[in-house]
Design a protein around this ligand. Structure first.
Ligand code: ADP
Ligand code: NI
Length: 217
């Protein structure tokens, strides 16, 4: 049997490490991904133990803060999980999910191998869209000193992860390069439904944004 106390202990350690992070990858993002993952995971009849561990650990060492290196996250997660007595299959599964999850550009596939991976990836992507997604996009842009919008600067549909990781356009372009594309990339039916609502809200937001940009009162 898996010890349910492991999840609480891992959550507490993640909270301690990510609290106060200012780029939108903070503890509260992890907390929301955990909640959404549980919700979808229960609906899908997936293995909640794996889902909860992967949700809590998924941003413990994001590639964006390690020169695009996608191996650091799973390695740090593995180190943390090694402190508990867990079956190797669980640790391998969780680390595999963490290593595959990230969005890597409009033209790059990021297929998940297992149902649990699909669920956590969906939850991470749901937290990137809607009202929360809008807040995170501008928080991230501000953290990177980027302008909110530069008229005439076109979005880029990146065809490689290297190009996507290097991009540094205005925050508004991120909506066209990622956020508006996510609803069609959800894995589970439940996530597709949630994404529809959040997508509509972002479209409405962008309509208003461009109107107000031109002084339309
Ligand atoms: P994932 O969790 O799929 O790896 P990222 O780590 O790339 O996604 O992005 C996490 C958050 O940071 C998202 O909410 C996203 O909106 C925001 N973000 C990432 N890149 C940019 C960018 N270039 N401009 C604005 N926001 C960004
Ligand atoms: Ni995330």
């Amino acid at each position: 049997m898996n010890d349910p106390g492991v999840i609480e202990k891992i959550a507490a350690e993640v909270k301690r490490r990510l609290e106060g992070e200012g780029s939108g990858h903070d503890w509260w993002h992890t907390y929301r991904v955990w909640k959404i993952s549980r919700h979808i995971g229960i609906g899908e009849g997936a293995d909640l133990f794996v889902i909860e561990l992967a949700a809590f650990l998924h941003d413990i060492a994001d590639h964006k803060f390690h020169n695009g290196d996608l191996t650091v996250g799973p390695a740090v997660a593995r180190q943390m999980l090694a402190g508990y007595s867990l079956p190797d299959e669980v640790i391998d599964h969780v680390c595999d999910i963490i290593g595959t999850m990230s969005y890597k550009g409009a033209g790059v596939k990021t297929d998940m191998r297992t149902l649990e991976g699909k669920v956590v990836q969906d939850a991470d992507r749901i937290d990137a869209i809607g009202a929360i997604g809008i807040a995170r996009a501008f928080a991230y842009g501000g953290y990177k000193n980027r302008p909110i919008h530069v008229p005439g600067e076109e979005p880029i549909l990146h065809q490689s992860k290297e190009a996507y990781f290097k991009s540094n356009g205005a925050s508004i372009n991120h909506f066209y390069e990622k956020l508006l594309l996510l609803k069609d990339r959800m894995n589970t039916e439940m996530a597709k439904k949630i994404a529809e609502y959040r997508h509509m809200f972002m479209e409405e937001y962008l309509n208003r944004f461009f109107k107000e940009w031109e002084g339309d009162l």
